[in-house]
Design a protein around this ligand. Structure first.
Ligand code: DGT
Ligand code: CA
Ligand code: CA
Length: 569
């Protein structure tokens, strides 16, 4: 069965959780957790690379043992260690770790009392048995009960980049377009909606059901089917004739709210719109292309990323749809790391990789000294890097490295490095990496103060959220956007698929207030630039055009902006 990076990462994460549950060596636990993160973040498909006979790249923190496990999972789809660990515990116990407030320590206490499933937890909580367990208490028990109920109702969603690992090969296998939230580039997707044009639907349905990654076919008809993949990803298939393709693509792309609004416009014109076409009585008047569906209701084509019933129909009617930014519009990247801190490659390797992605400039923005885990730079090491970049730039052609820093914003809003070194840089990217739980007013004040340093250029990952993992810190984003506008600071849209902040709504806020957005890769290695497409997807969901995105500007223009930004007051 074909395996993807996401499967390897999931296996490593589960191993880490089970080891932790067994109170094993914390270093070993951390090694697996780190490996999960590294593998999940790679754009190179490791199993595909191995199958093609390539050597694996050297990955940080992944030694011979973990390397062997990657080979094992890629080759067999299984991991002996994981299977051994699973046998030690009741099935699905790690599911409980998904509950907020239930870490390995508390889970161990539950497990020792034979409470090892959501159901059992709910029963124990209702019977008042939880509160007696050391480390729990009445309040915790109540919170857990609520969390368990919420969790039972919540459908699992997959991050867009993870979904992509499963969607793309399956779509190629089927000759399908992937519609739904995936096509709208939502941050997470609930399921994948495949659409195929064919006059022989039975063959396509068979091909779908027989795909190597399909674990369970949940529904099967003559023109449709549904299945769950081994990875847990749910898939829907629809097969339609060519004449219906546009109508079907429109219908299955959604969003539902957008569809309903379009259908209403149709009704007002005496038209019926469904997944088979646009109908006047029994006659199909449109539907072969999506554009024909929109034209039937008097509208221009609307890009999928805008289809959220969030003002796009009104904008379309007024002829004021944005001309959305595209990946090819990017001229550079303003956030990247190298081996000097927690990246994997050298300055030169990063420069060449950025160039291979069609970029003209790349800002090197290492962490600053406060982040000791990432081996952050102090003034001395940063000086050394500045000299290295100056020397390297003389030898590079087609790409320029910019001297930057991802300086830590300290708790009091000051920056982690003195102005005397920051002023030697081309740009200063600043970010919060700790003290996420300050109260809203203080968190906001902290960031506003950091931005007020005249050397400050770009605020990186402005909300600090990790999708499905860590909530954004509590800040007044409008205040930050307005501060950015006043001071000529840009806001980053971090393209890493775990982050993608700014959100779509924040992008619209920035645009409305006249603030530039930098769509940045945060690359930690030469394969880190592929994520830019997810950042552009989010920017498009946020209605951004080329002019709204800072790094669509050619280098000379960017330099003018940076000079101006540094002197705004
Ligand atoms: P997801 O899968 O939760 O991330 O979100 P979607 O948008 O992919 O939703 P999904 O997979 O349930 O359905 C795919 C599309 O099909 C949806 O975006 C719009 C269309 N659709 C589904 N159900 C309905 C419905 O009851 N009415 C209308 N008008 N459209 C629907
Ligand atoms: Ca879907
Ligand atoms: Ca679906």
């Amino acid at each position: 069965m074909p395996v993807h990076n996401a499967d390897i990462a999931a296996a490593f994460e589960e191993i880490a959780e089970l080891l932790e549950l067994g109170d094993e060596n914390p270093f070993r636990v951390r090694a697996y957790r780190n490996a999960a993160r590294v593998v999940a973040g790679l754009s190179l498909d490791l199993p595909a690379a191995l199958a093609a006979g390539q050597d694996l790249p050297k990955l940080p923190g992944i030694g011979a043992d973990l390397d062997g496990k990657i080979h094992e999972i890629a080759a067999t789809g299984r991991c002996a260690l994981l299977e051994r660990l699973r046998k030690k515990y009741p099935a699905g116990i790690t599911e409980l770790l998904r509950l907020p407030g239930l870490g390995p320590k508390r889970l161990r206490a539950l497990y020792e009392r034979r409470i090892s499933s959501l159901d059992a937890l709910e029963r124990a909580a209702r019977a008042g048995k939880l509160a007696d367990i050391p480390g729990f208490g009445e309040k915790t028990a109540q919170r857990l009960l609520e969390a368990a109920r919420a969790h039972a109702q919540k459908k699992q969603r997959f991050k867009l980049a993870v979904a992509a690992q499963y969607a793309e090969p399956f779509a190629r296998h089927l000759g399908a377009v992937v519609a739904g939230s995936y096509r709208r580039m939502k941050e997470t997707v609930g399921d994948l909606d495949f659409l195929v044009v064919s006059d022989k639907p039975a063959q396509i349905v068979k091909r779908f059901a027989g795909y190597g990654e399909v674990k369970h076919v949940t529904a099967q008809g003559t023109t449709r089917a549904s299945a769950i993949l081994a990875s847990g990803v749910q898939c829907d298939l629809r097969v339609v004739p060519k004449a219906s393709f546009g109508a079907a693509l429109h219908y299955f792309t959604g969003s539902k709210a957008h569809n309903i609004a379009v259908r209403k416009l149709g009704i007002a014109r005496g038209l019926k719109i469904n997944e088979y076409g646009v109908w006047k009585g029994k006659r199909r008047v449109a539907g072969e292309t999506e554009a024909s569906v929109y034209a039937a209701v008097g509208l221009p084509y609307i890009e999928p990323e805008l289809r959220e019933a969030a003002g796009e129909l009104e904008a379309a009617r007024r002829g004021e749809l944005p001309r959305l930014v595209e990946l090819a519009d990017l001229r550079g990247d303003l956030h990247a790391h190298t081996r000097a801190t927690d990246g994997r490659n050298t300055l030169r390797e990063m420069a060449l990789a950025a160039n291979a992605h069609g970029l003209q400039y790349l800002a090197i923005t290492e962490h600053s000294r406060r982040l000791t885990m990432a081996h952050g730079l102090d003034p001395q090491r940063l000086s050394k890097q500045i000299a290295e970049i100056d020397a390297l730039n003389k030898t590079l052609s087609g790409i320029t490295l910019l001297k930057g820093i991802e300086v830590d914003i300290l708790e009091d809003g000051s920056l982690d490095l003195p102005d005397s070194i920051l002023e030697k840089l081309d740009l200063v990217v600043g970010a919060v990496h700790g003290k996420f739980d300050l109260p809203r007013a203080r968190q906001t004040e902290r960031i506003l103060k950091a931005m007020a340093n005249p050397l400050f250029s770009i605020l990186a990952h402005p909300s600090g959220r990790l999708i499905e993992e860590r909530a954004p810190y509590d800040v007044d984003m409008l205040a930050i956007v307005r501060q950015a506008q006043r001071l000529g600071v840009a806001l980053e849209l971090n393209a890493h698929p775990d982050r993608l902040d700014l959100t779509d709504a924040h992008c619209r806020m920035a645009k409305a207030e006249g603030v530039l957005v930098a769509v940045s890769s945060d690359a930690h290695g030469v394969d880190g630039f592929d994520v830019l497409r997810f950042g552009i997807g989010q920017a498009r969901r946020g209605w951004l055009e080329r002019k709204d995105v800072l790094n669509t500007r050619p280098l000379a223009e960017l330099r003018r902006w940076l000079a101006r930004a540094a002197h705004a007051d």
